[in-house]
Design a protein around this ligand. Structure first.
Ligand SMILES: *Cc1c(COP(=O)(O)O)cnc(C)c1O
Length: 444
């Protein structure tokens, strides 16, 4: 790795000074291209998403039995999407800014099994690994009814193998719960910021929780090292995994179907803006990829990060990607938004997706708590702090005339717009913990 010249970086990229000052900022990338031009850089396509979608369908009969809460959806792990009109009014008032178009919420916060967006990628990667092992051992065919994986024989088979992952909390929750259910021996390496209740929940599922005093990067590195020592152990690499990424990407076609059912148009005259909280990047990156494949150039994805952990904005804006961390420029990576406390972004996601993302913005923890309280008050929906990072997006876009002009979004188009806040976590937060979040928000 080359040594960074921070002084030069600040001169070349003045925005870095604002990041260092922990200001709330936004940056709309002038170098976005069409999907067609950008696709070769992603290295994945329609076929890969289709493959992921079919794999999830094969596992649906198993999931119905293993997790009865998925039965209503026939074993397909998917969340609701709906309009949040009262919250829109609240945002308009708070920021004295009209939001043209409708404001909606995608409730990945309440996905079954693990209560966060990680129920997409994390669970998908565990299922992919399990399927591969079972097929290679001659125990499973793609045409089988996968509910046979419930049997003791399969649990016995998977118990010879182990799975490891490093996590700030939610990824560990979905990989831990899913792996343990199948019968794997599973270790979750948790960073210091991971909440106690998440560790306890995992332990109650029989997951081996390894705790670290340091941040996410260290937990991942230690997890990787442990796994390398054991040939039967599979390490799930949150920073580079294409499998995780594809698990998230299936959300695109699913949302398209949900919008069709609700008669919500997305086309040249009806833009869709999607606001995605970003940690290492796999979740929002995979979802954004799926959205682009489903809606083409009419969907505009914007990533949201805490002011204390703006790793993706920093990596993409400077072009250094995973060769720079927020700590390198003196930012502490300490935030109440657990899933987002990541100092160094995924190089894979940043390089694959930079041409397809409209923009990035940062938000303070205080602002996330405030919106957490307001969303509860206005709509009766309870989320964890990180999941509120997307809530400012419609304001950021509505205020940025330069971005709107460059993209040729006139008022007529904006009035037709759908602004979608991707709510990424909170469904499993214990009541006491949630009450303390609400307390912090100051909203009664
Ligand atoms: C993990 C997570 C994210 C972001 O996903 P990454 O893949 O880390 O970028 C956002 N919100 C919540 C609640 C999460 O747990």
């Amino acid at each position: 790795m080359t040594t960074l010249n921070i002084q030069k970086l600040k001169t070349d990229f003045p925005l870095v000074n604002k990041l260092i000052a922990l200001e709330e900022i936004s940056w709309f990338n002038p170098n976005i291209t069409s999907l067609e031009e950008a696709l070769p850089y992603v290295g994945l396509g329609e076929k890969n998403i289709e493959d992921a979608s079919q794999r999830l369908s094969r596992f649906a009969p198993y999931l119905v039995e293993a997790f009865p809460e998925t039965a209503a959806m026939k074993g397909i792990i998917e969340s609701e999407v709906f309009e949040i009109e009262k919250m829109k009014e609240s945002l308009e008032q708070q920021f004295s800014t009209p939001i043209l178009g409708r404001l909606m919420l995608k409730k990945d916060s309440h996905l079954p099994i693990s209560g966060s967006i990680k129920a997409r990628g994390g669970i998908y990667e565990v299922l992919t690994h399990a399927e591969k092992l079972a097929i290679e051992a001659g125990l499973l065919n793609e045409s089988d009814d996968y509910s046979k994986l419930m049997s003791d024989d399969f649990k016995q088979f998977f118990s010879q193998y182990s799975i490891a992952v490093g996590s700030t909390g939610n990824l560990g929750m979905s990989i831990g719960i899913m792996s343990a259910k199948l019968g794997f021996s599973v270790s979750v390496h948790m960073s210091a910021d991971a909440r106690e209740w998440k560790k306890n929940t995992l332990r109650s599922h029989g997951v081996n929780v390894v705790e670290y005093e340091q941040d996410y990067g260290v937990a991942v590195e230690q997890g990787r090292k442990e796994a390398e020592k054991d040939p039967m152990c599979f390490f799930i690499d949150d920073e580079n995994s294409q499998t995780l990424f594809l698990g998230y990407s299936v959300a695109g076609e699913r949302l398209k179907k949900q919008f069709e059912e609700k008669n919500i148009l997305v086309n040249d005259e009806h833009p869709l803006f999607v606001y995605l909280p970003c940690g290492v990047g796999g979740g929002p990156g995979g979802v954004a990829f799926g959205l682009k494949m489903a809606f083409g150039d009419n969907v505009h994805c914007i990533f949201a990060e805490p002011t204390h952990s703006p790793c993706m904005l920093l990596g993409v804006h400077t072009g250094l990607h995973d060769e720079i961390s927020v700590q390198d420029i003196g930012i502490d990576n300490i935030t109440a938004a657990d899933g987002l406390a990541v100092g160094r972004a995924s190089g894979f996601v940043g390089r694959a997706m930079e041409r397809l993302l409209d923009g990035y913005y940062t938000m303070t923890d205080e602002a996330m708590y405030l919106q957490l309280g307001l969303l509860n008050k206005q709509e009766g929906i309870k989320l964890e702090p990180s999941a509120l990072a997307g809530m400012m997006g419609a304001i950021v876009v509505s205020k940025d005339q330069q971005y709107q002009d460059r993209m040729k979004f006139d008022d007529a188009k904006m009035k037709n717009a759908t602004h979608l806040v991707w709510a990424t976590g909170g469904g499993m937060v214990p009541e006491l913990e949630m009450n303390s979040y609400l307390e912090k928000s100051g909203i009664k």
